[in-house]
Design a protein around this ligand. Structure first.
Ligand SMILES: Nc1ncnc2c1ncn2[C@@H]1O[C@H](COP(=O)(O)OP(=O)(O)OP(=O)(O)O)[C@@H](O)[C@H]1O
Ligand SMILES: [Mg+2]
Length: 296
């Protein structure tokens, strides 16, 4: 952690012109082996035989992906269901090992220095796990204690963040399992921000939230970017969110980046058939042939 801070402070002092990359991903690939499903209806003995002779198919969930994110930037990854967004986030967060390529977080390799990397990053995802019978306050205090934050400070900070996210503070003492999915998601975001991560991985942070909550979370993410000078990677299905928050956007399709740039660059590089200027959604549909759907 200290080396990261030192690097940042050093660069500020020297007024280095070159951007400091907080996150560098080079040619990363991750394959999964999945049992091939048969479309035909099988008789009982055929099913048994199939069980023993399982054919495997290879899923290229992440296929030769490279990216760089500067400190103070929000990098957006836009893709349909199953395009590889969460797999890429899990690779960066050390939860999965890449089959090929390398990932560096503030100069440290995620495979060889995973502990060091974990200390400077936090991930928010829809499948966040909690102690369901404990309240959100208790869950947040527990998480904060793991990072050495005293309980009173953790509670004060947690209340502050949750309130900022539009979470009713009166419900902080209710068991997690009694909270709606959206409320649980806000607790997951608060948990990631109790500490001061230098790298924040937000895997669909607003999917499933109502429009007001979505705006609250988006405004909060913008604040974090301004206040903390962190590196933020955000995956989303939401074009408006990507346009609003991201400095750079990559479009992922079948595990591959098929385009990358600012919104303006992406729009400029996509031929528009009509007189009306293209939108990010037009770019997405033109490049992937898919309409992106919000699974709310
Ligand atoms: N553990 C796993 N084992 C086998 N296949 C997997 C595994 N994890 C992901 N996959 C496959 O990898 C591909 C990419 O999945 P991933 O979860 O990264 O997509 P995603 O872009 O996050 O989708 P969504 O928008 O639905 O969250 C999918 O085909 C998925 O079925
Ligand atoms: Mg996902």
């Amino acid at each position: 952690m200290s080396s990261v801070l030192e690097t940042v402070q050093l660069s500020e002092r020297k007024k280095v012109e070159k951007p400091i990359y907080g996150l560098v991903v080079r040619g990363v690939t991750k394959h999964f082996h999945r049992t091939k499903r048969t479309k035909n209806k099988l008789r009982f003995y055929q099913k048994i035989r199939h069980l023993f002779k399982r054919e495997k198919e290879v899923i290229r969930a992440v296929n030769d992906i490279s990216l760089e994110v500067n400190i103070g930037e929000i990098y957006g990854i836009l893709g349909a269901n199953g395009s590889g967004k969460s797999t890429l986030i899990r690779l960066i967060s050390t939860l999965l090992l890449p089959d090929a390529g390398s990932i560096q977080v503030f100069g440290d390799d995620v495979v060889t220095h995973s502990l060091k990397v974990r200390r400077v990053m936090n991930r928010v995802s829809v499948e966040a796990s909690f102690f369901k019978r404990l309240s959100s306050a208790e869950n947040l205090i527990y998480a904060a204690r793991l990072y050495g934050i005293p309980a009173a400070e953790a509670e004060r900070k947690a209340r502050q963040i949750l309130e900022r996210l539009g979470f009713d503070p009166d419900r902080m003492d209710e068991e997690m399992e009694q909270l709606s999915r959206g409320m649980q998601q806000k607790v997951a975001i608060a948990r990631a921000l109790l500490t001061t991560p230098m790298l924040l991985l937000l895997d669909e942070p607003t999917t499933g939230l109502d429009p007001k909550s979505k705006r609250d979370v988006q405004a909060f993410i913008e604040e974090i970017r301004q206040e903390r000078n962190a590196v933020i990677v955000l995956t989303t299905h939401d074009m408006v969110e990507a346009e609003r928050l991201c400095d750079k956007i990559a479009i992922i399709d079948n595990g591959r980046f098929i385009a990358e740039g600012t919104v303006e660059e992406l729009i400029a590089s996509t031929p528009s058939e009509s007189e009306v200027p293209a939108t990010l959604e037009d770019v997405f549909i033109t490049l992937t042939g898919k309409r992106i759907e919000e699974d709310e």
